[in-house]
Design a protein around this ligand. Structure first.
Ligand code: 5GP
Ligand code: MN
Length: 338
């Protein structure tokens, strides 16, 4: 693995390390970050994990979450102090520095050596030591291989293994998305040997729903799902008042987009969310429908071919209209019979 020797040298004596995640970190960002933190602590490094914004509460159980510093939740000062003191800063699970949200400038201005661990395709060049592999199903998959290349796999305990397993399980949609490869299963098998309890992780992630969340799912399926059958497209829209009525928390709408993709023949699915500051979009696709390119073209976003997201500063209604115009513009990709 290229860059492994410089990384080994960098970590050969105790350092101040900060691990940064993308905004609204998911299980892959958080699991990879926490797994890496736990591993580096075993080498006597001083390690802190900083997230630009909050992570979903259904990930609370991941070992080490109580120590995660959330920049946007009144921890700016502490974060800046740690960033400025850091010798090494890791960038975990993101392809463009703007995913650091309000932390971007502060992080860029530090003198620390920047190490990237990511699996998104990108054209943006950043970082001093870059471990990027778009063929890896998850950042966690790549981190495990990195740990092996550092010959540190003996230090992977059950907690670290479960952090990484959670990242791989969620980014592959439980080993069924097309990013799942023999390599993915190989790493997952090794994590099980390190003691990861797959049933426990799956239950904590997928069978940990609040009644509010399920009540909202029922409501959304009945009243917020729009199917554009001709274009093999289905989307949900969520109004601000829905968030209040169903007391939705960060993460409560996660997974909803997969319900839209599960409708027969649907190859493009979206959730269009009216948030306080902007309208956010979550996109999923099946087959050769490149939602990352479309998110980039229409909604200042990006991601993977079959899973991407973006943002809109129009109203909800205008954003829905823009999404529908995208669908019409791409109709030949969505339905070759048109
Ligand atoms: P989700 O729909 O789960 O929020 O995001 C799916 C994937 O899309 C993420 O893993 C990430 O790669 C990408 N993504 C989501 N939101 C954004 C965004 O606002 N900007 C960019 N560049 N990528 C995003
Ligand atoms: Mn990921």
């Amino acid at each position: 693995m290229e860059n492994i020797l410089p990384l080994k040298a960098l970590l050969s004596s105790p350092k101040h390390v900060v691990i940064t995640l993308h905004q609204r970190p998911d299980a892959d960002a958080l699991g990879t970050g926490l797994g890496l933190a736990a591993l580096l602590k075993k080498y006597q490094h001083q390690v802190h994990v900083i997230a630009p914004t909050a992570y979903p509460s259904f990930l609370d159980w991941l070992p080490g979450t109580s120590e995660v510093i959330v920049f946007a939740q009144g921890q700016q000062e502490k974060s800046l102090e740690l960033l400025n003191r850091a010798d090494v800063i890791f960038y975990v699970d993101f392809p463009t520095l703007n995913r650091l949200h309000e932390m971007e400038t502060a992080v860029k201005n530090t003198t620390a050596t920047k190490v990237v661990i990511d699996h998104h395709p990108t054209i943006e060049k950043f970082g001093d030591l870059v471990f990027r592999d778009p063929k890896a199903a998850a950042a966690a998959e790549l981190l495990y291989e990195l740990i092996e290349a550092l010959d540190a796999q003996e230090l992977v305990d059950q907690e670290i293994a479960e952090c990484l397993y959670a990242g791989i399980m969620t980014d592959t949609g439980s080993f069924k998305n097309p990013n799942t490869t023999p390599r993915t299963h190989n790493v997952a098998a090794k994590l099980l040997r390190h003691g990861a309890d797959a049933t426990k992780v799956s239950r904590l992630v997928y069978e940990n729903n609040s009644l509010n969340k399920l009540a909202f799912l029922g409501f959304a399926l009945s009243h917020r799902l729009v199917v554009l059958q001709e274009y093999n497209t289905a989307y949900f829209f969520i109004r601000r008042e829905d968030y209040e009525k169903y007391h939705l928390q960060t993460g409560d709408t996660e997974g909803l987009v997969n319900q839209a993709l599960s409708v027969r023949d649907i190859v493009l699915a979206a959730v269009i969310k009216e948030k306080k500051d902007a309208v956010r979009l979550s996109l999923r696709s099946a087959g050769e429908v490149p939602v990352n390119l479309w998110a980039q073209e229409y909604f200042a976003g990006g991601g993977h071919k079959n899973a991407a997201g973006g943002v809109s500063h129009l109203t909800l209604e205008e954003t829905i209209a823009k999404f529908e115009s995208l669908v019409k513009a791409k109709k030949k990709v969505l339905n070759p019979n048109l």
